[in-house]
Design a protein. Sequence first.
Length: 262
Amino acid sequence: MLEIYKKLPGTNCGECGEAACMAFAMKVKTHQRSISDCPYVSEADSESTPVEALEKLDDMYERVSNQMEAEVTSIDFELAAAAIGGDFEVVDGEETIQLKMTSKPYQFRRQGLFEGGEPCHDSWVKMIIYDYIGRQGSKPVNADWVPFDFFPNTPSHIKAFQTSAENQLAAAFAQDPEGIKTHFTKQEGREEQGPISSDYACCLNLLPRIPLLLRFWAADSEFPASCKLFVDSSADAYLDIEFLGHLVEKFVEDTANETGAD
Ligand code: SF4
């Protein structure tokens, strides 16, 4: 979806009938809207994203994820599991690494990535997890919370995406500020207190060594509901920034789907 979102101006003007560019991008991705419904998309971009072009992109992602898989399946699983915060297990005589991404369990084997006992066919999930396993970052994770633009090479579309993701999450819980606690407790969120006061704050593991801090403020008589997202300043040692953006995108999409918001 970020591929589509990148082509939008990110101003959340609402002229397409959606509350935010991200909601619009999600509908384009699921073929409910055409990208040309945004009056601010250039003709070239509009023509370059019909379904066939998106399918070509999907093919390319699959090729890239297969290449990454070929590199990462030959590593030392036991050392890698310790480095990435996964669990090394030998299952039926086969070495595996068990790890969770956005609270969903995955199993990494010599044959690739598995989800629920079946091979994972989501190229983005595979690319993110393979990049994470391949990097084996070693920076300490210190709850030193920063926004995405803290990292020197953050692309502008990822910075813009952060604001849109925060708006989308705020909208998901604006009508049910009590529900946010129930929702993220189920997602293994740990309630946080910190120097900044907010109505709700929790820390979730996007991946074992990549925590995300979410702060939420309910609407009051002056301001609408709002949300802020932070990652640890070590995050770029564990994952490429573009993949980090896609990982947060997945988290927001999952949250929107689970809460019925779009
Ligand atoms: S997608 Fe385009 S029309 Fe819709 S909110 Fe974003 S900028 Fe405005």
